[in-house]
Ligand binder design. Structure first.
Ligand code: FER
Length: 296
């Protein structure tokens, strides 16, 4: 019987109560379902229509920004979502949202329509106002997702993006947009290669990010002991560590091994095993739940 405990320990005071409640619920549902325990479903599925554009609500805006990258030696592009009612008077937090191995800065937009999901959540008062920056995470001169996207130089460029993000893109965003410039107002999340990047860069730079999410993270995800060498420090600094994956995804081992390590070292995190494969159905669900936890 497979049991995974949904963990949300952001509120340290409710830690014990949460654990007991989770175990009780799992035990009860285990008995009721005769061994079919879906204890990992700490989140109810998004309501029908969560990803369908509504014309009776205010909409945010997607723009393209271009920034000079010293890391790559070129001008690079990213998309930026600004929320409904955005004005330069109000400083906002930022989510950096990263794509997968076959994508570029437009992958989330075309495949996941985060602007629709987030607009709908705003309309219901369920997300904090935030900007979303969707960069191209392949930090090389020709950063298009063409040819063999698994070629070693392209895969390496996903690691090089750490420097581009921290030294070029974030400073550009913070210079040119009204955003709050501290770790508690920066989140990083992504799908697959972007999930691995988010865990690697987020957990590796706790002074820059307090909110970290890996969706269906890929083999570029560093080993847990590299990601979290000092569990107490990670525990103290992180506001949210989110790890999710589809139960039919062949890459689930990379999420599972991090979850197991975090359990052993008692690092609070959310481990959400969704039903599904390596695709946007799972990533949209994760985005829907993850964004509601940010900056609160
Ligand atoms: C791999 C399998 C999958 C790999 C990367 C991926 C670098 C990434 C998948 C994705 O981003 O969707 O072996 O190695």
């Amino acid at each position: 019987m497979l049991i995974r405990f949904p963990l949300e320990f952001r509120n340290k005071f409710s830690l014990t109560t949460n654990m007991i409640m989770n175990k009780l619920i799992l035990l009860l549902s285990g008995i009721l379902l005769g061994g079919m325990v879906y204890g990992q479903n700490a989140f109810t599925p998004p309501p029908t229509g969560f990803d369908v554009a509504r014309n009776d609500i205010p909409h945010g805006k997607i723009d393209t920004l271009s920034y000079p990258s010293e890391t790559v030696g070129s001008t690079r592009k990213a998309l930026i979502y600004t929320p409904p009612g955005y004005s330069a008077d109000q400083k906002l937090p930022v989510l950096y949202l990263l794509h997968g191995i076959g994508g570029d800065e437009k992958e989330w937009l075309y495949g996941g329509h985060p602007e629709v999901i987030i607009d709908n959540l705003y309309a219901e008062g369920k997300v904090a106002p935030m900007m979303v920056v969707m960069p191209n995470g392949r930090a090389m001169k020709d950063d298009r997702a063409t040819g063999n996207v698994f070629a070693p130089d392209k895969v390496e460029a996903f690691a090089r993006f750490e420097m581009d993000l921290l030294s070029d893109l974030i400073p550009f965003v913070e210079k040119n947009y009204p955003v709050i410039q501290d770790r508690e107002h920066r989140a990083i999340a992504g799908l697959s290669m972007g999930g691995g990047q988010s865990l690697n860069f987020g957990l590796g730079n706790l002074d820059s990010f307090a909110w970290v999410g890996g969706f269906s993270s890929a083999p570029n995800t560093k080993k847990p002991e590299e990601l979290v060498p000092d569990p107490d420090k990670t525990k103290e600094q992180l506001k949210l560590l989110w790890i999710s994956c589809g139960d039919q995804d062949g890459l689930i081992t990379f999420s599972a091994r991090l979850h197991d390590y975090l359990e052993v070292h008692k690092v609070p995190h959310i481990y959400f095993i969704d039903q599904g494969q390596h695709d946007f159905k799972v990533w949209k669900n994760s985005l829907y739940h993850f964004t509601q936890l940010l900056f609160k």
